[in-house]
Design a protein around this ligand. Sequence first.
Ligand code: ATP
Ligand code: MG
Length: 468
Amino acid sequence: MKDLLVRARLRFVYKRIVPPDVQAVLRRLGLHGHQAFVVGGCVRDLVIGNKPQDWDVTTDARPEEVIRIFERTVPSGVKHGTVTVLTSARPVEVTTYRIDVDYSDYRHPDKVVYTRDLREDLARRDLTINAMALGASGELVDPYGGLRDLELKVIRAVGDPAERFREDALRMMRAVRFSAQLAMIIEPATMAAIKAQANLLRHVSAERVRDEFNKILLSPAPAASLEVLRETGLLVVFLPELLEGVGFEQNVHHAFTVWEHTLIAVDTIPAALPLRLAALLHDVAKPRTLTVIAGERHFYDHENLGAGMARSILRRLKYDNGTIERVTHLIRHHMALHLSPQMKDSAVRRLIARVGLDNIRDLLELRRADRMGSGKKPGPVSQGTLRLLNRIERVLKEDSAFGLKDLAIDGNDVMRVSGMKPGPAVGRILRQLFEEVLETPELNRRELLEARARELSGTEEAPLGERL
Ligand code: ATP
Ligand code: MG
């Protein structure tokens, strides 16, 4: 009964939500005597009521027929049967029904064979919820029970899960990813097949694993899925360092092991990729830095060692340099937002200069998540952090400098007043001026700094190497 209602709603939704130019592609193929459906992720999203990202079309027309039928096409993936049709509103990928055969490398089919049977095309897809198609009058084709599984909130492989994961090992990550994004449970046979073959993920490129992992991290509550990645043996394939924290007890400040603490921090921090990655990796070095002094457990320098480990992990997973820099910076300074009573204003200015004003908000998020993950602290922000934030606010009101670019003069000024030529010595003078301004913000005035630069250039001794 429910099924009938959903199907009726879909006919209505099709007309209202599928963009007119995509509907026109289906109609046009139909007029030329072909079958055509929107398929895969967009149908799943339509059923759930989510906004589809992209519209994929599947058809029994061969690529050369598709090229003949439409005026503007790009043979974007003709080897795999895909032609991109350029409509006035968007490019639409049109793919010929196909069967993928012989996956000898656990990731790519050795060849694709075209078919005239939609059910065979749907059979090659990864999960039942991704193996549905919707035709030009909104009729649903769902031979593998995708609708039922969406209703039951169950992730299930199409056909024999073990075989499907041997064909393309990335599907195991996709199963976990959709379970995270849609808050669905992986059904037992699919789960068992992942556990049995998780190590096949080694054959998949770092980029593909990373893209699925990012989607897991950005899902509403990733902790449960991170736990699934660990239990199934997928995590050990691409992020074994994190497992060092499993069962690893901390100290009196913590109720949870490093791994449990990490999961809570990831769930707590806002869903932005650099923040989620920083929360995931901020304590990755704790197990390696344990020292026990008089029965007390310490993790000296775990933030610096952790930043280094995070760098090599993120490089291995092929993250871009911008992400790597941001994440490692946050990890390196994740202990910094705390005011000790004897900190002078100059130390607060130094901290802002070191950490960067732009990063303070992110560091505060990380600090909050870290604290919530301790299981021992009464609130998300400590008194020490609050005091520091107040001091930072006060210090920011002064007209001080927090980086070389905030100085009242620049390298050209230094050269003009001193007669120096461009070179490293100019930079040395600027950094010296900056040091002095950090100590005494009132110095940050053009005429004072110019005079001081003249002085420094006259008295500065060349480094030993240059004098010899
Ligand atoms: P997203 O919302 O992330 O785009 P999606 O399901 O649309 O999710 P795509 O990668 O765009 O994912 O793939 C489109 C469709 O192609 C999927 O819905 C599925 O039917 C099929 N598919 C994608 N990747 C695989 C795979 N590795 N194995 C089998 N079928 C796949
Ligand atoms: Mg998609």
